[in-house]
Design a protein around this ligand. Structure first.
Ligand code: HEM
Ligand code: HEM
Length: 194
């Protein structure tokens, strides 16, 4: 059996990348939005370190995911109006770009602050920018704006996926989920075989 996408659905590897990254982003949003208000303490330093380590893991997963996407391709496009296809392609491209830009901007924040960083306490992470207070302040702004941009784009993207499932009643959402979770609503898989 091939690991790659069939014509009808996303393969298990693509699904795993998609949903693991979604789950990690939720954790990151929670950590990011709560950690800055914590009182200075060893606990705060640990939460920051965890935020940075998970963020760098997302960067690595995004790179692996993109490589897998280039290797495995995607299922065929479902029948829908041309503008919806274009919107989906555009949204997906923006999401991929943000999956790189957001953690990279965080990495710049950390580098510009001159704070030493070990990935999950194990591997020393090099700085990707010079220690610089102005750059630190600017990259914090950028990190914040990119996060809220991602939040808005994800909201549009997830609403579209649910709308396709509930209103259009097509296979868009089902084919990004394990076979048993949601039945495909495409004539190819749902139709009884004669
Ligand atoms: C995709 C992954 C990431 C997400 C979703 C994310 C999200 C966030 C959010 C929501 C905040 C709070 C922003 C604010 O209130 O101003 C934040 C702050 C921060 N993030 Fe990230 N982040 C990610 C990756 C990273 C990475 C990889 C690093 C460093 C290696 C990092 C370092 C920081 C730092 C140092 C702050 C605190 C900035 C400040 O003090 O204002 N982040 N992040
Ligand atoms: C939280 C962050 C999310 C990110 C970063 C994200 C990212 C992406 C990307 C980049 C793709 C395109 C895959 C490719 O062409 O390789 C995609 C597809 C998809 N996503 Fe998400 N997604 C997120 C959340 C969600 C949520 C919450 C849902 C459902 C409620 C969802 C449902 C889907 C579906 C159904 C597809 C397949 C669309 C198709 O077959 O054309 N995603 N996602």
């Amino acid at each position: 059996m091939s690991l790659k996408n069939s014509a009808d659905r996303w393969d298990g590897v693509s699904q795993l990348f998609h949903w693991v990254i979604v789950a990690l982003l939720l954790v990151m949003a929670y950590l990011g939005l709560t950690m800055t208000d914590l009182p200075n303490s060893a606990h705060k330093a640990k939460v920051y370190a965890l935020h940075k380590s998970i963020g760098l893991a997302i960067l690595a997963l995004a790179a692996l995911r993109l490589l897998w996407r280039l290797h495995a391709g995607r299922p065929r496009e479902l029948a829908m109006p041309r503008w919806q296809q274009r919107m989906a392609t555009l949204t997906h491209a923006v999401l991929y770009a943000l999956l790189f830009a957001l953690p990279l901007s965080g990495w710049v924040v950390n580098s510009a602050s001159g704070f030493p960083l070990r990935w999950f306490g194990l591997v020393r992470v090099p700085a990707i920018a010079p220690r610089d207070a102005a750059l630190n302040a600017l990259s914090k702004e950028v990190h914040d704006v990119l996060f809220w941009t991602l939040a808005v784009v994800v909201l549009v993207h997830a609403t579209a996926a649910v709308w396709h499932h509930v209103v259009q009643r097509d296979a868009t959402l089902a084919r990004m989920l394990p076979r048993r979770w949601l039945r495909l609503r495409s004539p190819t898989e749902d139709a009884p075989h004669a």
